[in-house]
Write a protein that binds this ligand. Sequence first.
Ligand code: HSE
Length: 311
Amino acid sequence: MKKVRVFAPASIANLGCGFDIMGLALDEVGDILEMSASEGDGIHIENRSGVPLPEDPEENVVTPVIRKFFEMTGLRGRIDVTVCQKIYPGSGIGSSAASSAAAAFGMNALFDEPLSDEDLVVCAMEGENLASGGYHADNAAPSLLGGIILIRGYEPLDIIQLPIPGNFYCAVVHPRIMVSTKAARGILPKAVPMHDAIGQWGNVGGLIAGLYSGNIGLVGRSMQDFVAEPYRKRFIPDFDGLRTKILASGSLAMNISGSGPSVFSLSDKRETAHRAGELMKEHFAARDIPCDVYVVKITNKGTRLLANEIL
Ligand code: HSE
């Protein structure tokens, strides 16, 4: 029997203007799965993370990921999964994507790596579809591959790893309010007015140009979302007031992380990121909302094995 222990990082999807097409990995926090493959059939999941997860394996994101792996490779076997560490579902920092990425990566490791990185993203997107009712890779791809990712297209999948400017810090706050991705997608309008679309693609271009040239100011002023944030900010108490405080304290930008309720800021100095983290914490504490804060230097680390044993 082969057994692996896999870590997959949390992630921030959308990165302001890149709804469903951009994301970055947050290496400080993530999911850990132990997976083993043996003779037979079936997917067996045990949750030892302490975070409540659905009891029914059909409702756990790892199940469709494992099935997609078997479908794409023609392989089979009995898979046992132990969830050892888990980001809170509904946090907005890619909880479902981290488990999906870990499951896809773990399967590939168990079966001697038949799939490419892009194939693993395809597998992981099955978990995202179960969790959110849509095939998007802007959490799963950065979680798997690390760093800052652009998904230029979905049909076929075209994934581009973008450069990380030298000093690039992120403060993320996860207020303990539950916002399901399904609900946060459901409130979005089906069409985007031309005026907003023009603003959005100007910003996406600006963000990419800023990352390639290391022009942090350009990155900051491109982090403006006309497509999702105006509708979703109602889930976050006084979002605009918080953003005003964060920008005044020297951060380059503040936006909703994925579908929320987590919020993140970007800065080019560690101290500014720490200050943003404190302001975010105070903001939610003043409203009696407990929260977790992470201050992270953006790196290229993605999903990886923590241990690998063959019994
Ligand atoms: N791009 C997705 C959304 C990410 O904003 O709905 C979900 O975390």
